[in-house]
Design a protein around this ligand. Structure first.
Ligand SMILES: Cc1cc2nc3c(=O)[nH]c(=O)nc-3n(C[C@H](O)[C@H](O)[C@H](O)COP(=O)(O)OP(=O)(O)OC[C@H]3O[C@@H](n4cnc5c(N)ncnc54)[C@H](O)[C@@H]3O)c2cc1C
Length: 616
């Protein structure tokens, strides 16, 4: 077992973890900070790998409309309102008030934000009333990651690469250390009073997701086992994405109004809209889906996600076809506001006749770069190839329940970024996830240093007795059945377990959720928990990822079962035969907290921190 000692252990190598490690070291240059990341620094996680049309970093800057001393209030209100009033308003205030400082820090590190007249250019994203989205282009997140990696290297922060933190050691509700494993299956022990989790989301719980590999929700699982709570775990952004390229099919791809066809060649959307809906009404909804990518019950375009999901569940494959117009389509009959929106995006003007001719002609007019991008990534629309689509997971809005210092219920345990929860509700305005990593990453890093200084005075030294106990336990970390002894005499290979979890979650916990389906998922996951999980030919890292997915899946299903209404991306149906989800209910303006009570995972309803006059 390799042994490390530090004041602050930061887990993760994305935007949140890097910001936390940097903040800790900048606050106290003497602070011994270790950052552990699964891959090579700067290559793993969503921040280092994700792209989209124009990736947004949300910030209220001095020139952001409406200009004024209380501009932050509009930002905080957007977060809370769009979040369906199930997040902590005081955390939204922190995000809004500290967004300018977060932007300026990244700017000072050389993130190449697009500027006009020396000021960051900003645009409006989903759910915001005002233009706050700063950007560098499709690679905003990657640019942020690269700048933070450079800064971490300047500060000589110690990095343990290709390693996974597996478990937190807690005594009397207080962090005393952590255990990990490396790529050579060596066990690692970290002697530390403070841990910051920046482990990102758990997209791999779904068969279809747009996360890079390794997004197995380790932070959620570790925090639960350590005695902390998760919040808002039913709220996952899910949206139609290309199977082959993982591209989110939104924006211009929808505004070109392609045909939605299944593998039998049927244009199926009309079957899923109320009787009497005309094709032109549906085409307008497809157009409007361009501005509401993740499924959300508050938007009519969720009917399209429902239709695609139901077709796939019938065993069909679903495609976007740009080669010919959908049935009954006439560009001139789109709503005036949609034609106006289209006109604003025109890049390469064509004649009215050409515009009427096909979705491909329209896509060429408004976003020719997307055609080239798809071609470069293996889909040639000009040769008539189609984009196969599925609803895919993209962002966990909930996570480890934090308060204003990034602190959790376990003393010495902090969390930030996508791993943390409570700062976002059911939905979030686009651009606030990257912001959140920077704001709460910094707060968590600084608070961890302050905590470590005070805790070190009283922290028990790891005695030789404890150390040899840990060395004996090392065997547990290396062998099959590390989850538990086989309680029902059954076993399963970890890789099979992962596949089954992904299929269950995709079937019952994706776009269409019913109490009956969720109960089936819950029952099977609970059975699987009783199995001995065999490692087979997986590395220890892969093995522990599978075990974590099981707990993350259970926490999500339990959260979904509590919310018997629809809110944000949580579409709850009375029965799977219904075409429309149940409406939202004011009685559900609260969040659900998941935690262990003894050996049992339990859910409790809590009142979020509401806005009050002191915030205004
Ligand atoms: C396609 C796509 C587009 C997006 N667009 C936007 C956008 O425009 N604006 C926006 O605000 N947000 C966007 N998001 C969301 C946003 O990018 C993420 O929420 C954010 O980057 C998450 O950062 P993070 O630091 O929390 O986690 P990540 O960047 O995912 O980093 C997690 C890190 O933790 C490491 N790790 C995990 N578990 C362990 C462990 N047990 N031990 C050691 N290391 C571990 C991982 O290897 C990784 O390095 C998008 C997401 C996707 C997928």
């Amino acid at each position: 077992m390799k042994r490390f000692k530090c004041d602050v252990l930061v887990v993760g190598g994305g935007g949140a973890a890097l910001r936390a490690a940097i903040a800790a070291r900048e606050l106290d240059p003497e602070c011994r900070v270790i950052l552990v990341t699964k891959g090579k620094l700067g290559t793993t996680g969503t921040t280092a790998n994700s792209c989209s049309d124009r990736m947004a970093f949300h910030a209220t800057l001095p020139h952001t409309e409406p200009v004024g001393e209380d501009a932050w209030k509009y930002h905080a209100d957007d977060i809370y309102r769009l979040g369906g009033k199930v997040s902590d308003y005081d955390l939204a205030v922190i995000l809004a008030k500290r967004s300018c400082e977060a932007f300026e820090y990244l700017d000072s590190l050389g993130v190449p934000f697009v500027k006009k007249d020396g000021k960051a250019h900003q645009f409006v994203t989903d759910g915001s009333k005002y233009a706050r989205a700063c950007y560098t282009g499709p690679k905003t997140a990657i640019h942020i990651e690269q700048a933070l990696v450079r800064r971490a290297r300047e500060l000589n922060i110690e990095v343990v690469e290709n390693s996974m933190v597996v478990s937190l050691l807690v005594e009397d509700g207080e962090v005393v250390g952590a255990i990990g494993v490396d790529e050579a299956d060596e066990v690692l022990f970290f002697d530390t009073p403070a841990v910051v989790l920046g482990t990102g989301g758990g997209g791999e719980v779904f068969e279809y997701n747009v996360y890079p590999p390794g997004a197995t929700g380790d932070g959620y699982a570790m925090a639960l086992r350590a005695g902390a709570s998760l919040v808002n775990m039913e709220f996952i952004q899910i949206g139609l994405s290309s199977v082959k390229t993982k591209l989110a099919c939104s924006g211009s791809l929808m505004r070109a109004v392609p045909r939605f066809v299944n593998d039998l060649g049927e244009e199926f959307l009309i079957k899923y809209f109320p009787e009497g809906t005309s094709w032109m009404e549906i085409h307008n909804v497809v157009f409007e889906k361009g501005a509401s990518w993740p499924v959300s019950c508050e938007h009519a375009s969720s009917q399209i996600d429902i239709a695609v999901f139901k077709e796939i569940m019938k065993g069909r494959r679903v495609y976007l076809d740009f080669s010919a117009n959908p049935q009954g389509f006439q560009f001139g009959q789109l709503k005036a506001e949609n034609r106006h929106r289209y006109a604003q995006e025109v890049n390469n003007p064509i004649s009215d006749d050409q515009r009427e001719s096909s979705p491909l002609a329209r896509l060429k007019e408004i976003n020719p770069a997307s055609i080239q991008w798809l071609k470069d990534n293996g889909i040639d629309l000009e040769k008539g190839e189609m984009i196969e689509i599925v609803p895919a997971g993209q962002h966990f809005q909930g996570g480890v329940k934090i308060r204003e210092k990034g602190n959790t219920e376990v003393r010495g345990l902090f969390a930030a970024g996508e791993c943390a929860g409570g700062q976002h509700g059911a939905n979030r305005p686009g651009g606030n996830a990257l912001l959140d990593c920077q704001v709460f990453g910094k707060i968590a890093g600084e608070e961890a240093v302050r905590y470590a200084k005070s805790a070190l005075m009283s922290k028990k030294a790891i005695t030789e007795e404890m150390w040899s106990g840990l060395q004996k336990e090392e065997l547990i970390f290396k062998h099959d059945g590390a989850n538990s002894a086989a309680k029902v005499g059954k076993s399963i290979y970890a890789s099979e377990l992962k596949g089954e979890i992904q299929r269950l979650m995709t079937r019952y916990v994706s776009v269409v959720r019913t109490y009956e389906g969720l109960s089936k998922a819950w029952q099977r996951l609970t059975e699987l928990e009783q199995y001995q999980v065999k490692r087979g030919d997986l590395s220890l890292i892969e093995y522990y990822e599978c075990l974590n997915l099981l707990l993350v899946a259970k926490a999500m299903v339990l959260a979904c079962m509590q919310r018997r209404e629809s809110r944000g991306p949580h579409l709850f149906f009375q029965s799977e035969d219904d075409l429309r989800p149940l409406p939202g209910s004011p009685g559900y303006e609260k969040y659900f907290v998941i935690r262990y009570k003894g050996d049992e995972l339990v859910a409790e309803a809590h009142e979020p921190v509401r806005p009050n006059d002191s915030w205004r």
